[in-house]
Write a protein that binds this ligand. Structure first.
Ligand SMILES: CC[C@H](C(=O)O)C(=O)SCCNC(=O)CCNC(=O)[C@H](O)C(C)(C)COP(=O)(O)OP(=O)(O)OC[C@H]1O[C@@H](n2cnc3c(N)ncnc32)[C@H](O)[C@@H]1OP(=O)(O)O
Ligand SMILES: [Co+2]
Length: 140
């Protein structure tokens, strides 16, 4: 079912500071323009590598779903892993049939790449918060 590794989500208290790390220390050259995703409670910045992205996420406000994570990890940290799926609704049905908990309302919501996403609880995924994201039509 899972396809490409689309991105690794990295929670940070400051996207601006994290950009300096990835650009000036790690030599990243393709850094997207940060943007707000209030519906998902985060500010986002994608950093491209040849095969996948780093998704820097910062709380949009104090209701953000990453507030708890940053309270435990004040300097930030690896937050989630996102895999692509061909059909998010088929993926949700398959996960439900296997007894996996879909987080939130359980319904896909539009993510940072403009396609529907869901999250699977880390407690059922070996301690890793897993995001499933429908591959953009027409690829990348
Ligand atoms: C969608 C836009 C964008 C995109 O790519 O398109 C994004 O990816 S935005 C990413 C931010 N949004 C989300 O993460 C939505 C889904 N997440 C959640 O619903 C919560 O973060 C949740 C439920 C995973 C955790 O919420 P919270 O931290 O408030 O709850 P707890 O502190 O009670 O944690 C419960 C339990 O899970 C462990 N935990 C929490 N976060 C993570 C994590 N990122 N990775 C691994 N484990 C995590 C936490 O330690 C607790 O474990 P316990 O043993 O009970 O202490
Ligand atoms: Co993500």
């Amino acid at each position: 079912m899972i396809g490409n590794l689309n991105h690794v989500g990295v929670a940070t208290p400051s996207i601006a500071e994290s950009i300096k790390l990835y650009r000036d220390v790690l030599g990243a050259t393709k850094i997207g323009e940060p943007f707000d995703l209030p519906a998902q409670g985060v500010k986002v910045c994608f950093i491209d590598t040849p095969t996948a992205q780093i998704e820097l996420i910062e709380p949009y406000d104090d209701t953000s779903p990453i507030i708890g994570f940053l309270a435990k990890n004040p300097k930030g940290g690896q937050h989630h892993v996102c895999f692509e799926v061909a059909d998010i609704h088929a993926a949700v049905a398959e996960m439900r049939a296997k007894g996996v908990t879909i987080l939130g309302t359980g319904e896909p919501r539009i993510g940072a790449h403009g396609t529907p996403v869901v999250f699977l609880h880390p407690k059922e995924m070996g301690g890793v918060l897993i995001e499933l994201m429908e591959t953009p039509k027409g690829g990348h």
